[in-house]
Design a protein around this ligand. Sequence first.
Ligand SMILES: O=C([O-])CC(=O)C(=O)O
Length: 167
Amino acid sequence: METVATTDLCDAHMDAIAAGDVRVLPPSFQSYGRRRCFVGPITTVKVFEDNVLVREALEEAGQGRVLVVDGGASLRCALLGGNLALIGQNNGWSGIIVNGCVRDVDEINACDIGVRALASHPLKSVKKGEGSKDCVITIGGVRIAPGEWCYVDNDGIVVSSTNLSKL
Ligand SMILES: O=C([O-])CC(=O)C(=O)O
């Protein structure tokens, strides 16, 4: 899918930003993975220090989707590592955004996928399988619903209720 500059999106959609239909995430994410720019429809999971649902989502056919993981901004363990990033790459996910930590940064950086996360952390998460999928989440005060669109590049992360790349 063609990428769209987030700056151009913001400039072109100031009214939609004022209305809340286009939202910008706070600039608190680090960039990992080979794809520094990615776009796609959003699938969500909400977990806390437990990444079983993250793995389950990435094991699905991604079909160009972006997985947005609300990990409650925990900085105490990693929700994504090199194995899961590779699974996501091989299953055709365009990107993964983690409101939490990742690990195996060198392995993730070798994957043809885009990853954004708050930080890296060497500790793995627990594997209980708790959490929810396909739910509305809030990251940094920004509401994100499944099926909305995500635009990510070196300037930031934009979420839109409609597909702006078609406009
Ligand atoms: O399995 C995990 O908890 C995360 C991980 O290390 C990987 O994806 O390689």
